[in-house]
Design a protein around this ligand. Structure first.
Ligand code: AMP
Length: 218
């Protein structure tokens, strides 16, 4: 069983690389932002509570994110392990995750840290396009990773859009939250000897290759 956390700034390729790693290890990729966006799109009570917070680039309350995550983790497909992307994002969420995992008899085993300077993150997010199908949410980049047919998802054929929170103002807000709240987690996990650091400024294929080498024994 593998409980793996992918950490890195917005635009570091967490979603793309978590997807590739999860496929290779045959375990699900749990994308916290995607789970929350699906709640907003479904118009659930919870979705209504969090849509303004997400549009502003702020973190939704930990108890709300944890509730959504716990429900997802209880699915049968998650019993052999998961790759988390976007959770935990601060110390409070780490404690919440540890509690949820311990109730399920699991613990965090590995952390992959995708390191990327802010300038590169901004450049990547400006060109990011995402599949509108919430069950798919595949990410593309107009220059570095374009779809085969313009504005159409290679996997499911749904239209691609620019995310509402991929505007320069909201990206800066999200990066600030990352530095203030998420970065300290990397220090914490490093002290526990869990972290493999990867240079995320390289091409998608090279980053995937480095992750493959770093995880060869998992
Ligand atoms: P992402 O798709 O990872 O960029 O996340 C998009 C937005 O979803 C974030 O800006 C937050 O508003 C919300 N979100 C994602 N993950 C979390 C989390 N772990 N805790 C709280 N809010 C989150």
């Amino acid at each position: 069983m593998s409980i793996i956390i992918m950490v890195g700034p917005q635009g570091s390729g967490k979603g793309t690389q978590a997807d590739l790693l999860a496929q290779r290890l045959k375990i699900p990729h749990i994308n916290m932002g995607g789970l929350l966006r699906a709640e907003v799109a479904a118009g659930s009570d919870l979705g209504r509570q969090i849509s303004a917070i997400m549009a502003a680039g702020e973190l939704v309350p930990t108890d709300v994110a944890s509730q959504v995550l716990k429900r997802r983790l209880e699915n049968d497909d998650a019993q052999g392990g998961v790759v988390f992307d976007g959770f935990p994002r601060n110390m409070e969420q780490d404690r919440s995750l540890e509690k949820i995992l311990s109730q399920l008899g699991k613990k965090i085993e590995h952390v992959i840290y995708l390191n990327l300077p802010d300038a590169a993150a901004l450049e990547r997010l400006a060109g990011r396009r995402v599949c509108t199908n919430h069950a798919c949410e595949t990410n593309y980049h107009i220059e570095f990773n374009p779809p085969r047919v313009p504005d159409k998802c290679d996997r499911c054929g749904s239209p691609l859009v620019q995310r509402h929170d991929d505007t320069p103002e909201v990206i800066n807000k999200r990066l600030a939250v990352y530095h203030a709240e998420t970065k300290p987690l990397i220090e914490l996990y490093s002290q526990r000897g869990l972290v493999r650091e990867i240079d995320a400024s390289q091409s998608i294929a090279k980053v995937a290759d480095d992750i493959k080498q770093a995880t060869a024994t998992w």
